[in-house]
Design a binder for this molecule. Structure first.
Ligand code: R5P
Length: 297
């Protein structure tokens, strides 16, 4: 039985909504930054039973250190089992050694988290060449939820029979999941992408795709620099799309990403609340709460 949700002040809203859905108190972790940059964390005490730690791992480096300190402290304060809710799970894209000597970050961060908590609930982790999160986090009870069905229903409520377009081959899982969640299923397709650098991608539309006059919603698991979505949007407009909007699970949107999207003519950007952002419009709280209840039961 879950006794409390722990969170940091900057995620008070999302964690508070989850705590409310679970019918348990939200308890905040105090954080003091020393002049040299080190952190002092203060956890509520005592803790008891199953405890949820809510920490979405965008801008992950500091948050990982917080977790390494907070998790054993929660156990020391009495938590019997610790369940991490990390709606965004960082470091999942580096899943092979692309060039000699490159760290397979996914494997190492996954193993670190598996040692730190008893279980994890996350949303649309970027698993490309890996079939399941269990391979990444051995021995940890992992639940990888997908926002795709909720995104599909949301897009269908916003636009008349939109065509869902994924910007690259990896997005097929999310685009299909979104399109098939609507009855009758939405038209959908995926592009091909070649990435040449952090801000440099080349995208091609599938041959024969007719976008003339269509409302297109670009669907992807995440947007970081936004260049992938910009490239796909430009192609969609060039192919005659009447309108292009964006729906993503993880709104990382670094630097000038949002400005670039708007400059490319994209109308509205919608995202889930996995990463706090002005575009958050799609609520996954019920999905997270249900998954946790099943996991802990
Ligand atoms: C990778 O394939 C992901 O699914 C996203 O397409 C990618 O991370 C987006 O990156 P960016 O916004 O920097 O183009």
């Amino acid at each position: 039985m879950i006794h409390a949700v722990l969170a940091f002040d900057d995620e008070r809203d999302a964690a508070g909504a989850l705590a409310q859905a679970l019918g348990v108190p939200l308890q905040l972790i105090g954080r003091h930054r020393f002049p040299d940059g080190e952190l002092r964390l203060t956890l509520p005490t005592p803790l008891t039973g199953d405890v949820v730690l809510y920490r979405s791992l965008y801008q992950p480096n500091e948050k990982l250190v917080e977790l390494l300190i907070a998790a054993p402290t929660a156990r020391a304060q009495g938590a019997a089992r610790l369940w991490l809710v990390a709606p965004y799970l960082a470091y999942m894209r580096q899943d092979i050694e692309f060039s000699p000597g490159e760290a397979i970050s996914q494997r190492h961060i996954g193993a670190l988290l598996a040692r730190t908590v008893d279980g994890l609930v996350t949303v649309d982790p970027h698993l490309h060449r890996i079939a399941s999160l269990d391979e990444v986090m051995p021995g940890c009870c992992c639940v990888a939820l997908s926002a795709a069905p909720v995104i599909g229903a949301f897009a269908a409520a916003q636009r008349q029979r939109p065509l869902l377009l994924g910007p690259d081959g990896e997005s097929v899982q999310w685009v299909q999941g979104a399109a098939l969640a609507v009855s009758p299923s939405l038209d959908h397709a995926v592009c091909e992408k070649v990435r040449r650098g952090d801000h440099d991608v080349q995208v091609t539309l599938p041959a024969g795709l007719d976008l003339r006059g269509r409302d297109v919603v670009l669907v992807d698991d995440m947007a970081s620099t936004g260049r992938t979505l910009v490239a796909a949007a430009r192609l969609a407009f060039a192919a005659g799309a009447a309108r292009v909007d964006v729906a993503v699970t993880h709104a990382l949107f670094v630097g000038d990403a949002l400005a670039q999207l708007l400059a490319a003519g994209i109308g509205t950007v919608w995202s889930t609340g996995c990463v706090p952002h002005a575009s958050n419009a799609i609520d996954l709280t019920p999905l997270l709460a249900e998954a946790l209840q099943q996991l802990v039961a």
